[in-house]
Design a binder for this molecule. Structure first.
Ligand code: ZN
Length: 340
């Protein structure tokens, strides 16, 4: 019998990107972070419709659950299918049994009307009782007016803002632009090049930062609470923990896995009830940071939600049919790739 842990939390995800694996290559190889956004992610998000989004979110939520992740903080953008998109994500997660905190990433990159519709989607979802935050893509794709409007909505709705901050050099002035707006309930994603302290929790995404070649965020050197996210590359949080530990170690050879383990546990600040979920692992010491840091390949065998609902039994999801979710995703991925 393996060890147990609480349900794990992914502190920053993009469920819309679950179908991206295997997508057609961009017209030319991106040479920096800005080009990666333009040639990959901003082509993908513009091609999404709500059917594709539903398939993507179901697949992403199911894959999260099979890794023992029972709660997801999601950041969403689908500029040609904005209205109702957060509901689609929330419903897909509920179907699988995973908790989600939704946000629509407001941006001016599709003009002021795009920003207005993004804000309206956040507002509509929150006013209808949805569990969420106000999403903003990033300061560098928003006017000051849009940033102020998002901050005002978040204050009004009593939730924080979920925003990418200084992920790459394009967003170097994020600290200056957000200084007067940010608050303790904000979720600041990446903060690789953040040049000053800002209030809020920082979501650290080591695999994504490496994959985009943007550098190391040095989260341990910041005063903020830190949570771990994947930035859309799955939601295997023990894997992200191992990577967070070794990235920390590459920066500071005296680093202990206890630090990255505490970042993992901080996810429960956003989902206190996930701390009462129970995940049973294939390995006897999955609950020990020093074991988990050096044991790749541990799998979640059983996941039982705090309310007693069994979500995974013997490594299989119980509320959805794994094969059907994958087949649906493959079908919608084919439609998506044909548009790219
Ligand atoms: Zn992100």
């Amino acid at each position: 019998m393996g060890a147990h842990t609480p349900g794990l939390v992914c502190g920053h995800h993009h469920l819309y990107s679950a179908l991206a694996r295997g997508m057609p290559a961009p017209p030319s190889t991106p040479t920096n972070f800005g080009q990666i956004l333009e040639q990959i992610w901003w082509r993908l998000d513009a091609a999404l419709d709500l059917d594709m989004l539903r398939a993507s979110a179901r697949l992403g939520a199911m894959e999260a659950l099979l890794c023992g992740t029972t709660a997801i903080i999601d950041h969403h953008e689908s500029p040609n299918a904005i209205e109702g998109s957060l509901e689609v994500i929330a419903d897909a997660c509920a179907e699988v049994g995973v908790r989600v905190l939704c946000a629509y990433g407001v941006t001016d990159r599709h003009g002021p009307d795009g920003a207005r519709r993004g804000l309206a989607e956040n507002e509509r979802f929150l006013r209808a009782g949805g569990r969420g935050m106000v999403g903003v893509h990033a300061a560098f794709t928003c006017s000051d007016e849009t940033l102020e409007a998002a901050a005002a909505l978040s204050t009004d709705a009593g939730v924080g803002v979920h925003i990418h901050v200084a992920e790459g050099p394009e967003d170097a002035d994020a600290g200056a632009r957000l200084e007067a707006l940010a608050a303790d309930d904000w979720l600041l994603v990446h903060c690789v090049g953040l040049d000053r302290p800002l209030p809020g929790t920082i979501a650290h995404n080591p695999r994504s930062n490496m994959n985009n070649g943007v550098g190391y965020a040095q989260p341990a050197r910041r005063p903020n609470p830190i949570v771990l996210g994947t930035d859309g590359i799955g939601a295997d949080m023990l894997e992200e923990f191992r990577l967070a530990y070794v990235a920390h170690r590459a920066d500071d050879v005296e680093a202990s896995p206890d630090t990255a383990w505490s970042w993992l546990a901080n996810g429960h600040r956003f989902f206190p009830e996930a701390a009462d979920d129970r995940v049973c692992w294939t390995y006897d010491h999955a609950d020990s940071p020093w074991h988990a840091a050096f044991t790749p390949g541990m799998r979640a065998l059983d996941v039982v939600r705090a309310d007693g609902e069994v979500l995974v039994r013997d490594g299989r999801a119980t509320l959805v049919d794994t094969d059907e979710v994958r087949a649906h995703a493959a079908e919608q991925a084919e439609r998506l790739f044909a548009r790219l």
